[in-house]
Design a binder for this molecule. Structure first.
Ligand code: GDP
Ligand code: MN
Length: 397
């Protein structure tokens, strides 16, 4: 589950990670009130107004702007709230901004003593250990740094038996070129960040930039936090941070039905049982000249109700030109699935407006094929993988 920057920062702060302070606002007036409050508390009187959407590169798209007085806060917040923010990480239509984070300016204008670093915490799947990735080249596109100057990216792996050790936090601060107070602050920052990562059941922290202020404080200016979905059952406080407006509508609906669905860009809908077979089916569709419109694992039960739900989800995607059903009958019998397909089809009537190719393999596959062939419905049956691919190709032509 992805979080907004302001939510990620709340979590960091709760574990003692220093953050750029801010208050979230839904309207321009709320933004002004937030700015006033921040100025009272500390503040230089300058504020940065930041669009809260689940996408990076907001600065480049005009979603992060500096306001030098309250009039500007009102004006900029008014512009950003309600806009469709386009960044290198969104689609061309952009993402609608519903709220902004009003944060205190921590760059102390005209001051050249600030530096921006990059830092992330994630699992290295190759070694099975958490690692901290960091770089002196903060504030910019880390993918570009990785491509052009990979020697400026460092990694530090953490042994799960010992946790992050003090010599490692010192090494990180040293590699970032820090000394004196900033060095000490960085070691504290890294230690707190790593504890926060582990304790919050996160699967990704990306802090870009980590800022060294002119008075040598180290703080998170941005925060991309992803909580491991599998941990949400014991993280009710975080689960309520989910913002469904930021997620793909069809995926949300499918997941609510217990369907494992991922929306893709192609034209062939897939209905499959088992993740491995679903992946193979996507390859098959590519080989036949199509592009998968989705990944869909219907799971163990494929009765009429389930098949109908899956049909309805797949057909919500207007790009779908054909549907390939590829089910292996191991525990579930193929003839029952075939009956499910026929019943669902009859039930849905005109709602099904694209050709359907069904491949059922496994227990009672022959009975299933007969059932499909004799149904009188516009459904093509196949037994072999290749045959199914050819039929998909034929209907797309
Ligand atoms: P992103 O573009 O989505 O990654 O959003 P960030 O939160 O990283 O902000 C983009 C850029 O805005 C940062 O790299 C900073 O250079 C700048 N920025 C963020 N906060 C402040 C601030 O308080 N003052 C100033 N002057 N610039 C800021
Ligand atoms: Mn950033």
């Amino acid at each position: 589950m992805n979080l907004h920057e302001y939510q990620g920062k709340e979590i960091l702060n709760s574990f003692g990670v220093r953050i750029q302070r801010g208050i979230v606002a839904q309207t321009a007036d709320e933004a002004v009130a937030a700015a006033k409050k921040l100025t009272e508390d500390t503040g230089t009187g300058w504020h940065v107004i930041k669009a809260q959407v689940h996408a990076g590169g907001r600065g480049k798209g005009g979603g992060v702007k500096l306001a030098k007085n309250l009039d500007q806060v009102k004006e900029i917040a008014g512009q950003i709230i309600g806009m469709d923010l386009v960044t290198p990480q969104t689609s061309a239509e952009g993402k609608r901004v519903h709220q902004v984070l009003v944060a205190e300016d921590v760059y102390y204008p005209g001051d050249s003593e600030t530096s921006e670093f990059y830092m992330s915490v994630l699992l290295n799947r190759a070694t099975g250990k958490n690692m901290i990735m960091y770089s002196t080249e903060g504030g910019m596109d880390i993918e570009e740094v990785a491509e052009k100057t990979p020697h400026l990216i460092f990694t530090e792996e953490i042994d799960p038996a010992t946790g992050l050790l003090p010599f490692q936090t010192r090494k990180i601060a040293f590699n970032l070129g820090l000394s004196g107070k900033a060095f000490k602050e960085m070691t504290k920052f890294v230690a707190a960040l790593y504890t926060a990562y582990v304790e919050s059941d996160s699967s990704l922290f990306e802090i870009n930039p980590v800022l060294k202020t002119s008075d040598d404080l180290i703080m998170a200016v941005d925060a991309k936090v992803t909580i491991d979905d599998n941990a949400l059952y014991r993280r009710k406080d975080y689960a309520s941070m989910r913002d469904l407006r930021e997620e793909n509508e069809i995926e949300v609906e499918a997941n609510a039905l217990g369907l494992n669905y991922v929306d893709l860009d192609g034209n062939v809908g897939c209905m499959v049982n088992g993740a491995g077979l679903a992946m193979a089916t996507m390859d098959l569709i590519k080989m036949s000249g199509g592009e998968p419109a989705n990944f869909l694992d219907v799971g163990g039960t494929a009765d009429a109700k389930r098949v109908e739900e899956a049909f309805r989800i797949i057909l919500k995607d207007p790009n779908v030109k054909a549907i390939l059903i590829n089910i292996f009958g191991g525990i579930v019998r193929c003839d029952r699935v075939a009956q499910g397909v026929v019943d669902a089809y009859k039930n849905m009537g005109d709602a099904i407006n694209v050709p359907i190719i069904v491949r059922l393999q496994g227990t009672n596959a022959d009975i299933a094929k007969e059932l499909i062939d004799n149904s009188g419905l516009d459904v093509l049956s196949a037994t072999a993988f290749k045959e199914a691919a050819d039929k998909v190709k034929a209907v797309l032509a």
